[in-house]
Design a protein around this ligand. Sequence first.
Ligand SMILES: [Zn+2]
Ligand SMILES: [Zn+2]
Length: 389
Amino acid sequence: MKANCWYGKNDLRVEQVSDPEILNPRDAIIKITSTAICGSDLHLYDGFIPAMEKGDILGHEFMGEVVDVGHAVKNLKIGDRVVVPFPISCGACFFCRKHQYSLCENSNPNAVMAEKLWGHSPAGIFGYSHLVGGYAGGQAEYARVPFADVGPLKIANGFSDEQVLFLSDIFPTAYMAAEACDIQAGDTVAVWGCGPVGQLTIKSAYLLGAERVIAIDRVPERLRMAREQGGAHTLDYEEVDVYDALMNMTGGRGPDACIDAVGMEAHGHGIQYAYDHAKQAAMLETDRPIVLREAIMACRNGGTVSVPGVYGGFVDKFPIGSVMNRSLTIKTGQTHVHRYMQPLLEKVRNGEIDPSFIVTHQMRLEDAPAGYEMFKHKNDECIKVVLKP
Ligand SMILES: [Zn+2]
Ligand SMILES: [Zn+2]
């Protein structure tokens, strides 16, 4: 089969590789019909996630048709159309029983590696380095899905792939980030980053009852989408001081909740950005926490800072004094996707949201490397790429 393989920083190759096979009675093999490039895939492309190996197949947002099942998979049959959640979860361990699926204890065979970096290991993830299992990803013609009796969500016909594909990751990720803010009537929620997750976070915040969402970015078409599709008020951080603008818009108190939908490769300007960029480049700091610091400083006393943005390791100048003295709550985590798939599918079904509005580009799997370049540099007003194997 063909697959999009990682060979190093800014080096991807679509190659012929061997087809996946059932290895375990709980596996299924999926013939992929649609697979997206995620913002977090760019962290792999940019070389910021350790433990990648040449030839690793990327991709963790995918859906398709079941073409083979192990004998223990009773809920799926050949021909079923499914969306696959990005964390791999057994469904029966301590964390899975608490519905904390991204913390599954049984799906990362390389847990020892993760424990060295993070103290404990999270669940395995498709196509996201050997730190989280080294599983082949879904930017391919076929994928092997472990614990297929637990993860994949069956989709009835009547939906386009683009309407349901993002149940695999970014819609639940956005929704969990907004849900973590415990939004009350009258609340103002500020969202940093108007990429795909940011756009769906804006929508989710309104679905959960926010009075007003303020979205922050610098890319004109992303700000436009946040306004026109999301109904957000927007701030261009190249034009205004974000802290001052947020205070002006909230009577000097600050937003009730602040969401960092940017993560480890934040852009910014001034001395702080230069500091983080230099330290990250010299490998003295793994992540650039510019947005995280700004979200913390802007959040109102007693408010919530929610972090769906991906961080990999360690940051400098984390304003813990601001967090402690002002009674802030920080909520973060890899998404417990399995928990959200069915309820969010219902929201798509009943017309509350149609996540397909974020798709700007459809490309062939063969063109994945070009898709990454375009998405990374935001060329051609690219916001979300869906690949068709
Ligand atoms: Zn993703
Ligand atoms: Zn588990």
